[in-house]
Design a protein around this ligand. Sequence first.
Ligand code: TEU
Ligand code: CA
Length: 553
Amino acid sequence: MQQTPWWKKSVVYQIYPRSFMDANGDGVGDLAGITSRLDYLQELGVDVLWLSPVYKSPNDDNGYDISDYRAIMAEFGTMADFDTMLVQAHRRGLKIVMDLVVNHTSDEHAWFVESRKARDNPYRDYYIWHDPVEGHAPTPVQSCFSGSAWQYSPETGQYYLHMFSKKQPDLNWDNPKVRSEVFDMMNWWCQKGIDGFRMDVISMISKPSAFFLPENGQYDTTNGPHVHEYLQQMNREVLSKYDLMTVGETPGVTVEEAQKYAGNDTRELNMVFQFELMDVDAGKYGKWGDGTFRLSDVKRIFSKWQDGLHGTAWNSLFWDNHDQPRCVSRFGCTDTPALRVRSAKMLATCLHFQQGTPYIYQGEELGMTNYPFTSLTECRDIEAINAYHELVDEKGEIAPEDMMRYIRRSSRDNARTPMQWNSSKNAGFSTGEPWIPVNPNYTEINAEAALADPDSVFHYYQQLIRLRHELPVITNGTYTLLGPENEQLYCYIREDKTQALLVLCSFSKGTTEFAVPERFGGSSLLLSNCEEPELLGATVTLQPFEARVYSLQ
Ligand code: TEU
Ligand code: CA
């Protein structure tokens, strides 16, 4: 039998460098800051660090707009700082996964600077240019950051496509020169010794042809006609030559598509991020609204992916990332400090016992929460700022106070406030003025306090990570959901030839009864987030947000 690859047994920790640790006091996190906190990450026990982009960038979208793929953003340090970080991480057994943003570049990238100059410029076809249609943008396709995805360029009288901000023009992957430039650049980083790539919106690189037809009202810009061909080429020319971990960020992915992107034999990527769960509480304006989630939907979505990819492909597991609000505020409970801690542990239990590679977003291991935004001046994210201008100022569809409530609930900035290291000034993140406000709860919620408390969320994550390393059933076992309609409890069984685990998670503010399957009568308690859970009987009573795992061998 084939050996289990390392990335199936790994736990990944995502770092948003701008907000992780500022070493030089300019208010912006940096590479030297990351290096200075590697001991903390080693203590947590994670295997892989994924860094959000650290390349040269004018920061229209915090580094997701890259102007030079082979240089480091000046604010983050130098290439020498990067090399030091890589060596120091490897010395501690930590692997480094880079963010690869190649659906688009910055408009300040040398390729685009050339491309926009003239229709016959050699770099023209590196991007997607189109004539106006009846004096307007060629199609009504909308940018993910509000407004048209087409920007008129007066130099040449044509529009270019940008699925994100107008400073993020989309690359033309149908041009073989673009692909070979990207693959060369990836090889360059691999030869430096990095351990993998997280590929930004990789499901969007091949544009569907309907995309250009204004008659067709539907613009599905994901999973285009050549995406698998291009990724197989990438795999042949880059990925297969090294021992890497690859994860595709794939909005719009279905189970069937995921089996192509991340299938056992498809020679594309190791795994993908699917976003179905992130829409579970969507409202009228998508992420902006007061929507709530139903636990039965959360279970249906997770279970569909657990069952759908078992044995054929590989899941990645996450509750949040740098684009999402904090999971304890969204799916857990922050009514009291005790329930915040308990529900953060419950969410971790629910996720980390599933099949797939789990991702921890910085601060999640402390139970960090959303930020109490009251004014747009506290916000930094282009998505929220553009949406506010469009929906409040231009269209007048949303009242200012409603939009601020939606921002408090869903803004990406919730994830981007500085990492809370200790209770000193600016949470120990920076000696200068942080680029985005620090959450005022840092005096209570911080790493130093968590390390000193044996019952902290941090120490619970440590246990979960250790269990994943120790118990093969977590990596390879089957998954069986119990009680799909129950709106209080998420319960499932993981099982292989030698062990069965019963995972019980309460999402309820009240106590809840659960009828234990008979065969678990003689099992032992493996883990719990409550002090003295009652013994396992025919039925158990779960406390609010309690999680327990029983093991049968
Ligand atoms: O995000 C891709 C993406 O689909 C976003 O539109 C996401 O759904 C949105 O941020 C949720 O509010 C990736 C990066 O993760 C994001 O930070 C970048 O802004 C974006 O690509 C463009 O590079
Ligand atoms: Ca700095």
